[in-house]
Design a protein around this ligand. Structure first.
Ligand SMILES: C[S@@+](CC[C@H](N)C(=O)[O-])C[C@H]1O[C@@H](n2cnc3c(N)ncnc32)[C@H](O)[C@@H]1O
Length: 207
């Protein structure tokens, strides 16, 4: 992974978090858009675990949060307790997206928000995500906010965290035609790429 800085505040998920109003709306959107709310949920690049904390409040799913940084996972565990959720519902894995320590076909709901710009090998990453997805499972992988927010809210929240355009390599994955090429190379036929004012998301489904 190539993310070098560690912004501790970003990983403490409480009412003061800069995206606090967004995560519950995104969780609801994920469940409603993908239609999956049972079984195992995997969050790749989980960070504070905010997304799976909110998913745990509205589904009975077992949660797995995966992140390459152990110091982040420590804060994620603290956040689960902060939100009054039972720790037994959460498992945290220190791993890279390209080597997920889970069985093939074991993940019913896959989510990854805000992690994809940091991945070094997008083809290997998407192939690995697709490997762990269960038949009948679905996922959302990308960067951005919830469609259940107003665009005004999104504009106010959107951080200026990269330089514009081609100057910053963390924008490369959003280039025209890049994701369809990556998905084809990863052998994934059943994917939809959405790019709009809310962000860039890949919706994955496995028949
Ligand atoms: C911007 S944070 C997003 C955190 C969280 N998903 C959210 O929406 O608030 C990106 C996270 O991806 C993790 N990450 C970056 N590269 C990774 C990789 N190759 N494999 C696994 N996790 C990675 C980072 O450690 C970081 O916690």
């Amino acid at each position: 992974m190539s993310e070098s800085t560690f912004d501790r505040d970003f990983y403490v998920y409480d009412a003061n978090h800069r995206f606090a109003p967004m995560y519950p709306l995104l969780a609801r959107q994920i469940v409603e858009d993908l239609g999956v709310s049972q079984g195992l949920c995997l969050d790749v690049g989980t960070g504070s675990a905010a997304v799976i904390i909110e998913l745990a409040k509205i589904t009975p799913m077992a949660m797995v949060g995966l992140d390459a940084k152990p110091e982040v996972l420590e804060l994620a565990r603290e956040n689960v307790a902060r939100h009054g959720l039972p720790e037994q519902r959460f498992r945290f894995l220190e791993a890279d997206v390209t080597a997920i320590p889970l069985e093939s076909g074991s993940v019913d709901l896959l989510i990854s928000r805000g992690s994809v710009p940091f991945w070094d090998d997008h083809v290997a990453a998407f192939a690995e995500l697709y490997r762990v997805l269960a038949p009948g499972g679905a996922g959302m992988v990308g960067c951005g906010f919830s469609r259940y927010q107003t665009l005004e809210e999104v504009r106010a929240m959107r951080p200026k965290w990269t330089d514009d355009g081609e100057k910053d390599t963390r924008n490369n994955w959003k280039a025209e035609g890049y994701l369809p090429r990556v998905l084809a190379e990863a052998g994934i036929a059943d994917a939809i790429v959405t790019m709009d004012a809310y962000g860039v998301w890949v919706t994955l489904r496995k028949a």
